[in-house]
Ligand binder design. Sequence first.
Ligand SMILES: *[C@@H]1O[C@H](CO)[C@@H](O)[C@H](O)[C@H]1NC(C)=O
Ligand SMILES: *[C@@H]1O[C@H](CO)[C@@H](O)[C@H](O)[C@H]1NC(C)=O
Ligand SMILES: *[C@@H]1O[C@H](CO)[C@@H](O)[C@H](O)[C@H]1NC(C)=O
Ligand SMILES: *[C@@H]1O[C@H](CO)[C@@H](O)[C@H](O)[C@H]1NC(C)=O
Ligand SMILES: *[C@@H]1O[C@H](CO)[C@@H](O)[C@H](O)[C@H]1NC(C)=O
Length: 789
Amino acid sequence: MDPPNPTRLAALLSLRVAVFLLASLLASPAAAHNDHGLHRNYLIIVRTPYEYDRDLFKDVSSWHASLLASVCDMAEEELDKDPSAMARLIYSYRHVVNGFAARLTDEEVRAMESRDWFVKAIPEKTYRLMTTHTPQMLGLTGKAFHGGLWGKSNMGEGIIIGVLDDGIRPGHPSFDATGMKPPPAKWKGRCDFNSSVCNNKLIGARSFYESAKWKWQGIDDPVLPVSEGSHGTHTSSTAAGAFVPGANVMGNGLGTASGMAPRAHIALYQVCFEDKGCDRDDILAALDDAVEEGVDVLSLSLGDDEAGDFAYDPIALGGYTAIMKGVFVSAAGGNMGPQHATVANEAPWLLTVAAATTDRRFVVSVKLGNGVELDGESLFQPKDFLSMQRPLVRDLSDGTCSDEKVLTPQNVGGKIVVCDAGGNFTALEMGAALREAGAAGMVVINIQEFGSVIQPKAHALPASQVPYSVGQKIRAYMNSTDDATGELIFKGTVLGNRDSPVVAAFSSRGPSKQNQGILKPDITGPGVNIIAGVPRPAGLMTPPNPLAANFDILSGTSMATPHLSGIAAVIKKAHPTWSPAAIKSALITTADTTDHRRKPIAAHDGYPANLLTLGAGFVNPMKALRPGLVYNLSAADYVPYLCGLRYSDHEINSIIHPLPPVSCAQMPLVAQKDLNYPSITAFLDQAPYVVTVSREVTNVGRARSVYVAQVEVPSLLSVTVTPDTLRFTKVNEAKRFTVTIRPAGARKEKGIAEGQLKWVSHKNVVRTPILVSYRKFVQDNSSTAHLTH
Ligand SMILES: *[C@@H]1O[C@H](CO)[C@@H](O)[C@H](O)[C@H]1NC(C)=O
Ligand SMILES: *[C@@H]1O[C@H](CO)[C@@H](O)[C@H](O)[C@H]1NC(C)=O
Ligand SMILES: *[C@@H]1O[C@H](CO)[C@@H](O)[C@H](O)[C@H]1NC(C)=O
Ligand SMILES: *[C@@H]1O[C@H](CO)[C@@H](O)[C@H](O)[C@H]1NC(C)=O
Ligand SMILES: *[C@@H]1O[C@H](CO)[C@@H](O)[C@H](O)[C@H]1NC(C)=O
């Protein structure tokens, strides 16, 4: 046995205090907010070799409490006076990270830094939900998404999707349990609503606020996981909502709403609070419990736009624990586009999701006096609007219809007013002001940055929101005549927009900042103007019918993420033994690269979306069910990769906790290019300007199958695949190959080239996107950045 070390002694000495601490925690669940500005929330990461002594401490939590007590500036008399003052341990983590969350003073943090068990104290941090604006809408359509998926896969029956979000509206028709079987026996979660509220659809609902309650006013025990906000209900119903037939959008677009996996179970973990955000340490606690309770898929429509180090980011940490237990994790890429290097949730073990339009529009055409008809959109589609040419006029202030002084009945009464978006008024406020002044209608010209993508709103008066390019045509017509006229023609819900999908401007772009050698985002899903369940539509005064009161339209990578979570649930149901990496590979290698016109999928600006915008492509669920080959990875395969990123042993051990501690010195490092990822990123930035990447594919299709390599790259690149034919004789057989990439002629000094490798068999095309850059995207000094401990 080891000689007792100072930590053990400290632990022994503090045992009494630790036990007291736990008792006081139990005795006073509703700890008072004793925040006098001295204590702040920290996440404390501890060294793995100091994993607790099971003879000394009954569980990891009492060990964490003892570490905490050993530095807390807390005389015993004080404790006796005010036991709640010792309620400093907020969470003790079991799976997601080797550490705990606690309330500490600056002095206590300094005292900790000298302890040999200490790695890092990270101040509290707030994460965000990834929705964009919240236009108001009601009703639904439920166009079957890539029809035919469900018949073959049982709609995700028996699969549990864990959703971390704000609260949920129990009793919503999307969470009706008719026809649902009870959850599988492995399910250990619980429902903190009154027992009648949960059912076989909504099988779990809990709120995590132990850290948030110290930060934000108005979060008082107990917090039920209910929210009057829309987000959690919307994402949950998108992932796995039940069928809700027969509603409508103000008389338009009859349809049936449902989630992507309508027979999957939902477990909601509330970690976000309306108008406040999501506390990092609450997110970690929810993930700690979710993986233990038995979820199969995690849907994370939240994140931090300043994408952080994997060793300290709750989604990277919790996501790793999840994949270690076979749980698939789908996470929002963020809404900070269209600038590059904005993507969030970029760890290679996560599926990082971008957002695009669907083929559904709510069309209002603007017919100009010269006969030209141009399309825009609005959610307000009046039935009784008298369609006729009316005067089409400018706003007499700066054009943004934001100055009520000039929006007078004299200037705008009976007319259609053309307004530029981007002024002091939102489009909804413009509409309200114009209606007040008696205008007949409104045309809102989108800001240029949004390109062709419209997020229609329910305006107070007849209106059409048009793209910037359409707006310029309207302005040019108005310039050409002294008596311009226009007419608004309401066309309702129009499906089959052949330009779709189009990647939204807001969707965050790669490259990844933490691992630029991995293509992020991974994939694109529907995330613009998504109709799903909400407690009640924002801003709507009188819903036209009862079902319309339960649905709303939201946009964001938050909305794209649960689509992928639901589809992953369906794949998991069809292939229960596949690893999270295999499911991810299936999604990535089968994604579509062309739109409904068979042209390359465009970004908001009308140009083809590049790989850093679109990822591999737009999800194709039917094809993802039968990918033929997959690029597989086990959780342990990421360890030499993290070593290759130059993380320190301590950082790696906090990520891969609770795997046994590892040392990078004892293993070959894996370069980013060689991680067995379903996309390839290569940098031709240094002599000899040749990159060889290695990969391994596993046969999940027909036992006997032959795949031949087809490379499609611009002529300035030369790419060879060795071997160029793969012959499989068994299912689950794996074969290795290498891809060598070099310039074909003179080396270009900068820029990006894109292409693809396709493994083609009689049945399957397995597409691997290839991104080649002649320069590193970000300064690569990770070799020093991570050697802090
Ligand atoms: C739970 O039950 C209590 C007592 O019956 C009631 O006051 C409360 O409103 C219920 N909460 C929910 C979410 O149903
Ligand atoms: C917008 O509001 C700001 C602050 O009230 C004001 O200074 C500015 O002039 C306004 N701009 C327009 C275009 O009305
Ligand atoms: C319309 O005329 C205005 C004022 O002359 C000018 O600034 C603007 O560029 C013109 N717009 C178009 C689209 O021609
Ligand atoms: C992938 O790897 C995991 C972990 O090694 C293994 O369990 C699984 O069977 C492999 N194959 C597939 C298709 O997931
Ligand atoms: C990376 O290197 C540059 C220049 O050598 C330095 O200014 C910067 O602080 C470094 N960044 C990190 C994260 O170490």
